[in-house]
Design a protein around this ligand. Structure first.
Ligand SMILES: [Zn+2]
Length: 411
């Protein structure tokens, strides 16, 4: 069984807008910020003499998605016109929908020495120079305004707000040229760029593809939602986020093992592609649902699943806010089609998976477990009911719990 790319060596680009393209990238053209050949050599040499900014994990994720076109049409970190417009109206200054600022924050002292109109090298925390920023502008980050606009709260207990408040006060704006994509030693066969997922869809002959965002193991409820969506389109892109998440989320390597066994045993190989999304979670709920949809559009998806409390955390957002926000855009503005689902469950009387929309029975007929109940079962080495979690997935989770000293509190 093969759920990865058919053959990485045969995947060549797919950016030519060929007949088989599922959907154009956001803004029309898939961006590629990598430089090659002599230009790359020259840039690498010059970077050695430039001031260097060391990026945290989140900014490295942003750089990767800028570089590979996941953030098309962005070509660098946002300037003040785009930043203000995104906060105010969920659109770039050009009017194109864009819900989350993509900015590069540094401390005041660090910003002072950097030359506007000049170049700055961008390195990861290990000191590897990845890219060069043409510094067009430096401006102050209005953290409270950004928190209210993006997260709908100024509460520092919110992990996205906390990350925003921790960052520097000055935003560096400008186009980037990328020397090297951030190196990864985990999940190499699943690290497909938007050009590669697009090529893979074309190779499989898929014209319509639904994207599924997740940062959790897939239980029966999500399997059901994915398969309901798949009934109406050609293919499913299972696109787990493996960038930075909050403490307590299940580690990415465990989740990947869960997806592998689930796909191997319960999904048709020719209808599903598993690939990872390098983005970091922001927990911005409704705005992040739009953000996730735009990223998946760039990866070639024509449809995107938005469940209950998508990208939410705690009680900051209403259960359907992430679905309602799509109505703030005119038809065709996003062009990717959202598919909305409510919570689903196995119902004994229906003898199948259902939701409140399709099952008329009582709570007592439904197999519903809280996150806490599932964690307690797994910690005790017990599998949740097979109507809730596939036994092979439960086995992976139980094993992971036993291998790790610290229990993880999100299942
Ligand atoms: Zn029922």
């Amino acid at each position: 069984m093969e759920h990865g790319p058919p053959d990485a060596a045969r995947i060549l680009g797919g950016q030519d807008g060929s007949m088989s393209e599922t959907i154009p990238a956001h803004g029309g053209q898939l961006v590629d910020l990598t430089v090659a050949g002599e230009e790359r050599q020259g840039l690498r040499q010059r970077a050695a003499s430039l001031s260097t900014i060391y990026l945290n994990d989140r900014s490295v994720s942003d750089l990767e998605l800028l570089s590979n076109g996941g953030y098309s049409p962005l070509r660098g970190f946002m300037g003040r016109a785009d930043y203000g417009s995104v906060l105010k109206s969920m659109r770039l200054a050009s009017g194109l929908p864009w819900p989350i600022p993509i900015t590069l924050a540094v401390g005041r002292c660090e910003a002072e020495g950097l030359p506007e109109g000049g170049e700055v090298a961008l390195a990861d925390e290990a000191g590897r120079v990845l890219a060069v920023l043409e510094l067009a502008d430096k401006f102050a980050c209005d953290k409270r305004r950004e928190a209210r606009a993006v997260f709908r709260t100024e509460d520092e207990a919110h992990p996205g707000v906390a990350a925003l408040y921790r960052q520097g006060e000055v935003l560096l704006a400008g186009a980037v040229r990328v020397i090297d994509l951030p190196p990864h030693d985990d999940f190499p066969r699943y690290r497909l760029t938007p050009a590669q997922t697009r090529a893979s869809f074309a190779e499989r002959g898929w014209r319509t593809v639904v994207g599924f965002q997740t940062r959790n193991p897939v239980h029966r409820a999500h399997e059901y939602i994915q398969k309901c969506a798949l009934e109406t389109v050609d293919g499913l892109l299972l696109h787990p986020l493996v960038g930075e998440t909050k403490a307590g989320d299940i580690p990415a390597d465990v989740r990947m093992r869960c997806y592998e066994v689930l796909l191997e045993l319960y999904y048709p190989a020719d209808r599903v592609l598993l690939s990872v999304n390098p983005a970091a979670m922001r927990y911005a709920g409704p705005r992040e649902a739009i953000f996730h949809a735009i990223i998946r559009k760039n990866y070639g998806c024509t449809h995107f699943i938005v469940g209950r409390d998508h990208a939410g955390v705690g009680e900051y957002y209403g259960p359907h806010d992430a679905q309602h926000i799509f109505s703030e855009f005119a038809p065709g503005e996003l062009s990717i089609t959202p598919m909305f689902f409510d919570n689903t469950f196995f119902c004994e009387r229906c003898a199948g998976m259902a939701s409140a929309k399709t099952c008329p029975h009582q709570e007592g007929d439904r197999v519903i477990l809280s996150g806490t109940q599932v964690r307690e079962l797994l910690k005790g080495g017990l599998a949740p009911p097979s109507e809730f979690t596939r036994p092979e997935v439960a086995e992976v989770l139980i094993q992971a719990m036993q291998e790790r000293a610290t229990p993880h509190d999100a299942v």
